[in-house]
Write a protein that binds this ligand. Sequence first.
Ligand SMILES: NC(=O)c1ccc[n+]([C@@H]2O[C@H](COP(=O)([O-])OP(=O)(O)OC[C@H]3O[C@@H](n4cnc5c(N)ncnc54)[C@H](OP(=O)(O)O)[C@@H]3O)[C@@H](O)[C@H]2O)c1
Length: 266
Amino acid sequence: MTSPYGLEGRVAIVTGASRGIGLAVAEAFVAAGARVCVTARDPDAVRWAAEDLGGVGLAGSVADPGHLRELTELALREFGRIDVVVNNAATNEPYGPLMDADPDRWREAFNVNVEAPLRLVQYAWRAWLREHGGSVVNVCTEGAGHVGPNVGAYGTSKAALLHLTQQLSGELAPKVRVNSVSPGLVRTEMARFVWEQAEDELAAGLPLGRIGEPEDIARAVVWLASGAAEWITGADLLVDGGTRVRAAHTTTAYAVHERLRAHRAP
Ligand SMILES: NC(=O)c1ccc[n+]([C@@H]2O[C@H](COP(=O)([O-])OP(=O)(O)OC[C@H]3O[C@@H](n4cnc5c(N)ncnc54)[C@H](OP(=O)(O)O)[C@@H]3O)[C@@H](O)[C@H]2O)c1
């Protein structure tokens, strides 16, 4: 039986796919019958992920436009098409009050979190999507909808990514759909400092009673990228266990804020 996703034989580029949400996204695409082209900075981790996924990988930083161009070329050379682009790689640095933000590190955050997604879509658009169509999913964050201590650079850049998603959805229609998924707190390395020592407290405040797993986000990304969502563009799908529900704000959001406030960046 074919899947309702219509992803068999399709090709997805996934950034930040050596662990966490990106790896789960790449695995979910493969499970849906797609082939994947993955990237992250650590060469060993990229090689292992690509091998496990039966796909191809290229190590490098998404902050480097040359790397993104090579990634696009690799997908086309190996698979002959690019149907989906998932901009998942991100940094939550520089951590701390914005008044102390180092300009170079602020620019790096915007390079990785905002400019890289635009560049990768530009390359994929020119090489394939403009003519053949496809879809883009950007991984944003539930936190882009409100402010919190010490995460000003991250939150501001992710809010920009949300806007970029909507802008591109208008510019690239009708050939290409562009959507985002905004995760709540997920059990990954990036958020370890938030959940590791307070998981029970955080989970207790969430309407759905637990923090997120990478697979929770991956299923949403694959669904949005697939034919099952063919009449959806410019949307942001919140996958947060109910974090935004008012009841959660009184407990979980407060606990997250306290963890953020207490954390000292290395
Ligand atoms: N975890 C959460 O609670 C949460 C909540 C909301 C949103 N998100 C979003 O979810 C996405 C994935 O985060 P995650 O939690 O899965 O993080 P993670 O476990 O730390 O994984 C991040 C991945 O991105 C790669 N990466 C980081 N910087 C990169 C760069 N400059 N160039 C290329 N690859 C890079 C990492 O590998 P290398 O280090 O080897 O490069 C790794 O594969 C991010 O967009 C994040 O903002 C996460």
